[in-house]
Ligand binder design. Structure first.
Ligand SMILES: O=C(O)C1=C[C@@H](OP(=O)(O)O)[C@@H](O)[C@H](O)C1
Ligand SMILES: C=C(OP(=O)(O)O)C(=O)O
Length: 435
């Protein structure tokens, strides 16, 4: 659905909470499916990525029910784990959509049931890198049959119900999800796992820290004291009851709106301690020239007189939102350490350069990032390439530039189906009506 991005007619003054974290929801779903007894996920995300994870775990024998809860964005989830020694009644089929967490995290779980499981996804998912996960499973003795390009969807996992584990070396420079995928299943490997990364630096390290923290909270022993080594001891995961934090990465476009309109945006219930990469908005938005502070547990961001250019390394999944702000900044910006964004939902470096340029901006790719220089932007089509974060980047630019048309705002359903309504609500709360 093509969507004319609303332009703000004055400073935004709004308070917004967003739905639950994708990364937390999909990790807790995996841990709950591996647990010894049922678990309750309170205020989880309900979006395409979480629905695909729920469907995948049901295919593998977990029972997942919706229960009324207190969250603003849908029911809680009760997860009854995959039975021990589960034998699939027939070949299972798992649709990964475009979800990295499903295509990377679920195959190691499929190795723990008996039977065959076929994985496929959206056409764009078939070019996202999968090789290190498939290679690791093969080294661990699991049979994988690939159908198309090597190291990519679609493929079939044939498993015998147990994985011995032990030492494994991988190159996770393409995605932190390769590491998280193996760590999450490792407590159920007979001998646990000693995973070593060998290669260029692993990106998005915050997401691995999140995996390690969640495993430890679930009672699993993890030693990550030596860089690039993770040692997970085998052991049971007791069922748990958890409140899921809102998605701080998805809070980003709303917070960015404060800078773009020189207004104020508040996000209540900002977690005091979190492993979400989105917590770094506090530093990033300060670099852009905003005033950022906490009032109790409410994060308050107020835009400055101008948006300053930034120099930032490894902004991970925040990069498209950051790039949108760079395109509106008064001084040049350099983003580095994000070469792996070429393997995200789309080649985000190419997509951001193409779309910023199509609005008259000045952007160029480097080997590992982007250079974005100030230039007046004009109306035009901003393509999202089925990528939720491209779509929200277009919305951010549209706040300042009239006539920005986002081709597929529906792509935000990947992690925030409510985005268009929440964006509108943010504008309606503000002093001037949106145009
Ligand atoms: O583990 C996770 O939940 C994620 C890890 C990161 O992947 P990469 O390491 O591929 O950037 C991040 O970008 C993605 O949105 C979510
Ligand atoms: C890279 C992302 O997603 P995925 O979990 O599909 O890798 C993202 O949400 O920015």
């Amino acid at each position: 659905m093509s969507w004319l991005a609303p332009t703000a007619s004055g400073p935004i003054d709004a308070t917004i909470t967003v739905p639950g974290s994708k990364s937390l929801t999909n990790r807790y779903l995996i841990l709950a499916a591996l647990a010894e007894s049922p678990s309750l996920l309170r205020a989880p995300l309900h979006s395409r990525d979480s629905a695909l994870m729920v469907a995948a775990l049901r295919e593998l024998g977990a029972v997942i029910e919706e229960l009324p809860g207190d969250g603003d964005y849908g029911p809680d989830l009760r997860v009854t784990p995959i039975p021990k020694d589960y034998e699939l009644p027939a070949e299972a089929r798992i649709d990964c959509g475009l979800a990295g967490t499903v295509m990377r995290f679920v195959p190691p779980l499929a190795a723990l049931v008996r039977g065959t499981v076929r994985f496929d996804g959206d056409p764009q998912a078939r070019i996202r890198p999968m090789g290190p996960v498939l290679k690791s499973l093969r080294v661990l003795g699991v049979q994988i049959q690939e159908e198309g390009e090597s190291g990519a969807l679609p493929f079939t996992v044939s498993a015998e119900g147990s994985v011995e584990g032990g030492y494994l070396a991988i190159d996770a420079s393409g995605s932190s999800q390769f590491v998280s995928a193996l760590l999450l299943a490792a407590p159920r490997f007979t001998n646990g796992l000693h995973l070593e990364h060998i290669g260029k630096p692993v990106p998005s390290l915050e997401h691995i820290a999140m995996t390690v923290k969640l495993l430890r909270e679930a009672g699993v022993q993890v030693d990550d004291s030596v860089p690039n080594h993770w040692i997970v001891s085998p052991g049971p995961i007791p069922g748990f009851d958890v409140q899921i934090e809102q998605d701080l990465s998805n809070a980003g476009p709303f917070l960015a709106a404060a800078l773009v309109t020189r207004g104020t945006v508040r996000v209540p219930h900002w977690p005091a301690q979190t492993t979400q990469v989105g917590d770094s908005w506090r530093k990033i938005l300060t670099d852009f020239g905003a005033k950022v502070h906490l009032e109790g547990d409410t994060l308050v961001v107020t835009g400055g007189e101008q948006i300053l250019g930034v120099e930032l390394a490894d902004t991970s999944e925040l990069a498209p939102t950051v790039a949108a702000l760079c395109a509106l900044a008064e001084t040049p910006s350099r983003l580095s350490g994000i070469a792996h964004l070429r393997g995200h939902e789309t080649d985000r470096l190419a997509a951001l350069v193409a779309e910023i340029k199509s609005l008259g901006g000045d952007a160029e790719e480097t080997a590992d990032g982007l250079l974005i220089r100030p230039r007046q932007l004009h109306q035009g089509l901003f393509r999202s390439y089925a990528d939720h974060r491209m779509a929200t980047a277009g919305a951010i630019i549209g706040l300042a530039v009239t006539g920005v048309q986002v081709d597929d705002i529906g792509s935000t359903s990947k992690t925030m189906p409510e985005f268009p309504q929440l964006w509108q609500r943010m504008l309606e709360q503000s002093s001037g009506p949106a145009s």
